[in-house]
Design a protein around this ligand. Structure first.
Ligand code: WTA
Length: 641
């Protein structure tokens, strides 16, 4: 069979086969990759124990699949095109040959710095090609990377280093984002005050921000590369990995406690990201593909680095932000590099839409032939604008639903093959078996139903565990509906059997496509000396999808409310990062609670949404009187909502 589905009939046929004979189907897909030794067993699984193994006994290295195997036929094809933050700076192109060379070189740097198979390496880099090189170099030698998004604080980096016991940090002096320079190395220095496992820090030169290099610990990327160059052969043989060896850990927020380290393994992740990339985007050999995500998130891991490279694609990587130097930047990048496939997020679409169509004038977008959306529900208005203004009503839009835990896309149209409908993710990909569940734990059969979205059969890209705490993985994903993976998303299946994701059903907010755990954020706010208690809820936000609304009980509010608010926001920035800062802070005297003392978030959510007719029964509250006070107080903030 060929890897890429070509028609809707073929999709239906393959989907059917993938459900009737999942092992046969996935073995056929895996045959399209390079294995040093073939697997003995396609799949073994037990969801109750969160014990999932794909391609057991198979030996491979993912970088051989992403690089070496393309060298003969695609060696001079651009693997990565890099567009810098500043449009005046030259862009860079790395062909497959050059990328392999750089990956091998840096893999040797890692070895020289005492990194071995199984060691954990924390990466905190800006969106430069060296980020992809660092990840692939880790994979080359079997080290496990954990990439931390540049918008996270020192404390968040420290938590991730401590949780994974990382030995090495790879960072840069700084990073450019629009008009700002982020002092990455200084942030890492602060993080390392709170950790003890890190032996070395490799620092890439990017912004020439002054940094303090600590003797014996900190080394420059460029010096280390020079060292291995003088040592002779640049080659670095790819370490032979088991299909189920860990490839990376990526942290994501859940409804309780600290972020979880989602673990992905080598074989299944490679097969799944490669297969879904090829099929969802219907990638053709000469196309330029541009995913605007940050590699610090799962979308960047799977669909800037591993998926496209395993398919020999040209992946465009952009360092900057959509609004710098102005809100036409994406379109400049598309025009300059003749981008064919653009994969972005609803929040970016909505924000560019709000800037007005004048930023589209004179931009040549004729190269675009496919569009994609990811990270949050896309509203109809944004979908239509994307379709008409960017795709000129000719480029199919794939609204791709998936999660960090999934490794790759689960529900999505195949571009140009599956029919599309605004705000619908449409149909499951081959091998994906969704189930909608009611509140009693029964599966809802048939069409025209809505419920909690579960997946009832394993797929190769799914998470295997949460780092260092397997029980947490079982409890979070496999306990609510025994025998099924629970996504914590709500979903409907319409009369035609098409899927539409309606959003999280747990206490996780999706703010500009970033997952923010309300409990984690409340914990951070509660650390402030004046804060007594807090409650976080989401509310609809025109650009961000959801905004963060914080209700806070605090001392000394009357002294200087604005200053206190700023101090609380600074606390959030310090403990989590600027991405988690509430949009609205309302100081309250008290919070509505149940008789057992639980905060009634449902009521707070309604007040934040200004849905006051719909508060439900409040007479059973411990303190029904506070509701009126909170509503009264909220009026002050109303114009902002
Ligand atoms: C949401 C991002 C609607 C969903 C790849 C999910 C979506 C969470 C879509 C995962 C979509 C992602 N339509 N909602 N197409 N894609 N989501 O882990 O709520 O950062 O649970 O992974 O984003 O976010 P994560």
């Amino acid at each position: 069979m060929s890897l890429q589905i070509k028609s809707f009939e073929e999709y239906q046929e393959i989907y059917k086969k993938s459900v009737e004979d999942p092992e046969g189907f996935w073995a056929g897909v895996a045959d399209h990759f390079f294995w040093k030794k073939k697997w003995q067993n396609v799949l073994s699984w037990d969801f109750e124990k969160a014990d999932i193994k794909w391609f057991e006994g198979g030996k491979l290295n993912i970088t051989e699949n992403c690089l070496d195997r393309h060298i003969y036929s695609l060696g001079d094809k651009p693997a990565i095109i890099w567009e810098p933050n500043d449009p005046e700076e030259a862009h860079r192109v790395l062909t497959y040959k050059q990328l392999l060379n750089k990956v091998e070189q840096f893999a040797n740097v890692l070895k020289n710095n005492d990194i071995k198979k199984g060691d954990r390496v924390c990466i905190y880099l800006p969106m430069v090609p060296e980020l992809a090189i660092a990840m692939l170099a880790c994979a080359r030698i079997g080290a496990i990377h954990t990439v931390v998004f540049g918008g996270f604080s020192a404390r968040s980096i420290a938590d991730r280093i401590n949780d994974t016991d990382s030995k090495l940090v790879i960072t840069a002096d700084g990073g450019f984002r629009g008009t700002k320079t982020i002092e990455l190395k200084n942030i890492v220095d602060d993080a390392l005050e709170q950790t003890s496992s890190v032996e070395k820090v490799i620092v890439l030169t990017r912004t020439r921000t002054p940094v303090s290099m600590i003797k014996g610990r900190d080394v420059w990327w460029e010096d280390e590369v020079r060292k291995v160059e003088t040592m002779g052969s640049p080659a670095c043989p790819a370490e032979e990995m088991d299909a189920e060896d860990m490839l990376f850990v990526l942290y994501t927020s859940g409804s309780t406690g600290k972020p979880k380290g989602v673990v992905h393994t080598t074989g299944g992740y490679m097969v799944y990201t490669g297969y879904t990339f090829s099929n969802v985007f219907q990638y053709q050999p000469d196309e330029i593909y541009f995913c605007t995500a940050d590699i610090g998130w799962i979308t960047g891991h799977s669909y800037i680095v591993y998926g496209p490279l395993s398919q020999g694609a040209t992946s465009l990587m952009f360092e900057g932000i959509p609004t710098y130097p102005d809100a036409g930047r994406f379109w400049d990048v598309v025009e300059k590099h003749k981008v064919n496939i653009l994969y972005t997020a609803p929040t970016a679409i909505r924000s560019l839409m709000a800037f007005g169509d004048e930023y589209l004038e004179d931009k040549d977008l004729s190269s675009i032939n496919k569009l994609g959306s990811v990270g949050e529900p896309i509203n109809e208005e944004a979908w239509n604008w994307f379709n008409e203004k960017i795709g000129k009503s000719e480029a199919p839009i794939v609204d791709t639903w998936w999660q960090t835990e999934n490794g790759g896309i689960l529900i999505s149209p195949l571009a140009g093959i599956t029919p599309t409908k605004p705000s619908y993710a449409m149909l499951p990909l081959p091998g994906v078996q969704p189930a909608l569940m009611d509140e009693n734990g029964n599966e809802l059969e048939g069409n025209d139903v809505s419920g909690n979205l579960c997946i009832k059969f394993p797929w190769p890209g799914m998470l295997r565990t949460t780092y260092g705490d397997h029980q947490r993985c079982i409890d979070t994903y496999f306990s609510a509906y025994p025998g099924k993976y629970f996504s914590e998303d709500g979903c409907l299946r319409d009369k035609e059997g098409h899927y539409r994701i309606t959003g999280r059903v747990d206490d996780v907010l999706n703010v500009s496509g970033h997952r923010i755990g309300t409990a984690e954020l409340e914990d951070a706010i509660n650390m402030h000396a004046d804060v007594v208690e807090s409650a976080i809820v989401g509310y609809p936000h025109k650009i961000k999808g959801q905004g963060i609304y914080a209700y806070i009980i605090a001392d000394n509010v009357e002294r200087n409310e604005d200053e206190l608010k700023q101090n609380i926001l600074a606390t959030v920035t310090r403990l989590i990062g600027p991405i988690a800062k509430p949009d609205i802070v309302q100081f309250v005297e008290d919070l509505p609670k149940t008789r057992s003392g639980k905060i009634m978030r449902r009521i707070l959510r309604k007040i934040a949404e200004n849905e006051l007719d719909n508060l439900g029964d409040i007479t059973t509250l411990l303190n029904p009187d506070v509701v009126e006070n909170v509503i009264e107080g909220a009026k002050k903030y109303r114009e902002k909502v």
